[in-house]
Design a binder for this molecule. Sequence first.
Ligand code: DOR
Ligand code: ZN
Length: 429
Amino acid sequence: MAFLLKGAHVVDPQAGLDGIADVLVEGTTIAQVGENLSCEGAEVIDLAGMYLVPGLVDMHVHLRDPGYEYKGDIATETRAAAKGGFTGVCSMPNTNPVTDSGAVVAYVKSRAAEVGACHVYPAGAMTKGLRGEALSDMGDMVAAGVVAFTDDGRGVQTAGMMRRCMDYGKMFGKVFMSHCQDESLVDKGQVNEGVASTRLGLLGWPAAGEELQIQRDIALAELTGAKFHVQHLSTARGIEMVRRAKANGLAVTCEVTPHHMFLTEDDITDAYDTRLKVNPPLRTAEDAAAVIEGVKDGTVDAIVTDHAPHADWEKAREFELAPFGMTGIEASLGLVLTNLVSTGAISYARMVELMAVNPRRILGLDPVRVEAGSAADLTVFDPEVSWTVGADGYESKANNCGFAGVALKGRATYVLCGGRLTLADGKVR
Ligand code: DOR
Ligand code: ZN
């Protein structure tokens, strides 16, 4: 199958592209990029007024499969990814059974190949059962195709265990990603400790509960020489720690979410909307501003969603009983275009780095460039279209998007994943 993508504004800082061009896709790869291309038999798609960029990758997604398919599964959540403009996701290991063995990794990969609407790059657990007590079967998982290690959903509670994971696992060359949460400080914390916890009468989740493990793991990365990545970083001090580690030449990277940039603890009102219960919690306006500053100055490497589907009945409970997490993969691109690109805070090229180039680099995936010979993983979006999050429902099995009702400008219109059209005219195929 061949597609001739006509007249989009192509942005790819890796290929030095920022202007109108045609892109010819043949089979699974890009055959040609240039002006006035033609190709007999190719399906021509007119993309005038739209942007075309290397396929977006969300490196922090909960697919819930195996084990929690009532919340979401590989078919529904990869459709949500395609709808949001993504060609690939890194899946988190807090499944049931936990993704801590080659067998579960093999299941995720084969199921994704069978029913997935995007590439799935599985992350494996660092410790067995996410319990922080014994190393997972890292070699077994690497052989099965895991791209990274993380105990996401939980922090590794002791420094000694984290060191052992890094010391042993670094021979595989994969990145160690940390969900930073010191349980002895956070305990049953529900919202950011401070004004929000006082105002709402809920137990506080202190910034220090995250920052202590960020600092600890930076020190352990330096000690062991392992590659280290901070997941869903949410505080001003945490950003400063990563900024300093980078200045010191350490192999440290970090990611942030739209909800930690564009929502704050002030958005949680006496309506106690459980969609806004996330882990780490929404922080202060100062924290959100510092996170955005990190996105602008290069401290932050990737924008991710931490897309966390939950069933309606789970989120319908009292705030303390509802699970942490919001969905976001269908809104992420629109949120970034509306709040960061349209405002001039970042350029389209920087957005491509944050959402396509750097996630692949951190996960050790082959780069995708808009040039001949590259894999045909491509995202097209219309920067002018106005829409409201959730107005037409979601592709995700879940409804717990914290941005529901928010008006955005800019949305994915076409996605090619390995040369396969997974989104056409805004509809998942
Ligand atoms: O909000 C969150 N939800 N944060 C996490 O770290 C885990 C995730 C989940 O699995 O629901
Ligand atoms: Zn997490």
